[in-house]
Design a protein around this ligand. Structure first.
Ligand SMILES: *Cc1c(COP(=O)(O)O)cnc(C)c1O
Length: 283
């Protein structure tokens, strides 16, 4: 039977546990170097990214603005309450307006409104974010040097790119896509990897079969797996990324899709604040 270990980023990162703080600290350092003390970003009403941004802003002493995709039923989530109590200025916008978040003219308007400020893209998906995530690779090399197959959840691919760049040759990285039909994800990741020397990267692949219905969707089988996993292992998961990652690993090993003699290191990327949005998970 194959050994599976967990790198618990959910237990690292202080006020902002998980992978998001690795991307955001790097962005904050860049902002500081430019003399900017306000970070503006985008996300949904349960966004792990905005939650981490608000928490880090409170801790490190920078101002934060969250442009939040409006969603009538879920406007006052526990995430948004936390964000406001951390001091984030929360601006709720319509779904139509939110769709313009990559539009240059729209972003220029946002800058105008909140300047001086730095805009961080949704999910912390930029080159500073990738560079910040190479520090996760250092943790792996230090604490689990023999686990050559590293598996993690993928939303924007920023974290995976940082791992691939930071781990380098000798490692293999599998990304479990949390999105359905994200056919452009490979090319986005390749673009993130462009600045890094191509012959010193880890081998990597994405698997697209474990979204369980789509982003933030949950299947019956995933629910059953997560409840059993949490019961047996005593490790909390959330359904958007980490639940799907552990489910994928379980199924791949059970079906011999992956060799059973190769140890696997699963990265627990955090996101546990989002558990509060799922009443079927035990608090
Ligand atoms: C954001 C997030 C991810 C995905 O990270 P990307 O860098 O966007 O691919 C994975 N797991 C958790 C818990 C997250 O919050």
């Amino acid at each position: 039977m194959s050994a599976v270990s967990l790198l618990r980023l959910d237990r690292l990162g202080g006020v902002a546990p998980g992978n998001k703080c690795f991307k955001l600290i790097a962005n904050w350092n860049q902002a500081k170097a430019q003399g900017l003390t306000r970070l503006v970003s985008f996300g949904g009403s349960w966004s792990n990214h905005l939650h981490a941004l608000a928490a880090l802003g409170a801790e490190q002493g920078f101002a934060t603005v969250g442009i939040v995709r409006g969603d009538e039923a879920r406007e006052n989530t526990a995430m948004l309450e936390d964000a406001r109590s951390f001091g984030m200025e929360v601006i709720t916008v319509s779904r139509e307006e939110y769709r313009r978040r990559y539009d240059t003219a729209y972003v220029a308007n946002i800058v105008q409104r909140f300047r001086p400020c730095m805009i961080v893209p949704e999910g912390g998906a930029n080159s500073a974010g990738v560079a910040g995530c190479t520090a996760i690779a250092d943790l792996i090399k230090h604490h689990a040097p023999d686990d050559e197959h590293v598996v993690l959840g993928v939303g924007t691919g920023t974290t995976l790119a940082g791992l691939v760049a930071g781990l380098g040759k000798g490692y293999r990285v599998t990304g479990v896509s949390a999105l359905k039909g994200a056919s452009d994800m490979e090319s986005k990741i390749n673009a993130y990897l462009q600045p890094y020397c191509s012959n010193s990267l880890a081998r990597w692949q994405l698997v697209h079969d474990w979204h369980c219905g789509g982003f933030a969707k949950v299947s019956k089988a995933l629910k059953r797996f997560m409840l059993a996993f949490e019961d047996v292992q005593g490790v909390p998961l959330e359904p958007i990324y980490t639940g799907k990652v552990l489910y994928a690993i379980h199924q791949q090993l059970a079906s011999a899709g992956w060799p059973s003699d190769e140890p696997v290191l699963a990265v627990h990327t955090g996101g546990l604040q989002g558990r509060r949005g799922y009443p079927w998970l035990r608090p």
